[in-house]
Design a protein around this ligand. Structure first.
Ligand code: SF4
Length: 343
């Protein structure tokens, strides 16, 4: 099916013993023999080297509002040239994008575009940024990083939408090239990550802390609330308190609605009241910018000034309707600073 190629050699691997390579990109540390693929499906051993099978091939380029990532405090109202590839290094049973993340890449990665071509397209289309999204860019690390380099040469910003399940060394390299990130914080409960995603919450927490404290990447966080799985008051409180304590009051937190998908069609959609409640709770804890997503909620999609309380950015769906923040990030009414990147 995909033993074509030759494919581009991957980064972050080493030989463990004769005929066995280990991928060091994510904490799965897959050990692979010739012809075998990792758990993400898109990295494999070919001719004694680890290769990435989706480099230069994507699922199609689309111009999305930056609000769709979601990023509400990064160049609001701008367009972001967006693409994904195939594969994922987590296996979330409720994946809302499973046609890409679980696909065999020949089914989805039918558009060929080199990094330089993507950056040129972003310039041509007047996009302020390019987003690595739809599936997790960790599994197309080399394609994303090379594209980011070409974008920066042309003054285009870069955005990663990721679950943050990545090892230390590639994490440092990856975020060095990203101007903004929305990181999925699926649950604060280790059992949730183990049981439903095949991941480790401690790694995700490390990524969140690293991006916030040791990079200049603008960070927003998303928590998808699933009825019966991560919607208890205790869990929502614990997650919001962790974000407040570890990432700070200025880190935007998006609570988004689950819709039945993939292997979890037996759970109902998230009731809007749950999202309203989560938002209220997180604001009481002290987070300044808390949003609801995947539902219609004018209040929960508005940015309020943390000082005077007036409406700073009013949105409807993914559209920005009004903006009262200057290019310097200051409230037009009281002059207080709103956290974010607003130039
Ligand atoms: S990136 Fe893919 S191949 Fe590498 S360790 Fe993770 S799941 Fe395995």
């Amino acid at each position: 099916m995909t033993e074509a190629g030759p494919y581009k050699e991957a980064r972050y691997w080493h030989q463990v013993e004769e005929g066995v390579l280990q991928c060091d990109l994510c904490p799965h540390h897959c050990r692979l023999r010739e012809g075998q693929r990792g758990a993400c499906f898109v990295r494999m051993v070919q001719n004694g080297r680890l290769v990435t099978t989706t480099y230069g091939r994507n699922s199609g380029l689309a111009i999305d509002p930056i609000e769709k990532k979601p990023l509400y405090h990064f160049l609001p109202g701008s367009g972001s040239l967006s693409f994904g590839t195939a594969g994922c290094n987590l296996r979330c049973r409720y994946c809302q994008n499973w046609t890409l993340s679980k696909s065999r890449e020949t089914e989805t990665c039918y558009v060929r575009a080199l990094p330089v071509e993507i950056a040129q397209a972003a310039v041509r289309e007047n996009c302020r940024s390019v987003s690595f999204t739809y599936n997790d860019p960790v599994v197309f690390f080399e394609y994303a990083v090379d594209t980011a380099i070409e974008c920066h040469r042309r003054g285009i910003r870069t955005v990663a939408v990721t679950a943050g399940f990545i090892c230390d060394e590639p994490r440092r390299e990856f975020f060095r090239h990203m101007d903004a990130a929305n990181i999925d914080f699926k649950s604060i409960n280790p059992d949730f990550y183990r049981r439903l995603c095949g991941g480790d919450v401690a790694v995700v927490m490390d990524t969140l802390r690293y991006v916030k404290k040791e990079t200049s990447t603008w960070l927003e966080v998303t928590n998808l609330i699933i009825p019966g799985e991560n919607d208890s008051e205790d869990e929502i409180r614990a997650l919001a308190e962790w974000v407040y304590r570890e990432l700070g009051a200025d880190t935007p937190l998006h609570f988004t609605a689950f819709y039945p998908a993939y292997q979890m069609t037996d759970h109902p959609p998230t009731p809007p009241q749950t999202l309203h409640y989560a938002r209220r709770l997180a604001r009481e804890i002290g987070l300044r910018y808390v949003y609801t997503g995947n539902i219609r909620d004018p209040e929960g999609s508005t940015t309020y000034c943390p000082s005077c309380g007036r409406e700073l950015i009013i949105r409807s769906g993914f559209s920005m309707l009004a903006r009262h923040v200057g290019p310097d990030g200051r409230c037009e009414y009281c002059g207080a600073v709103c956290a974010g990147v607003f130039d």
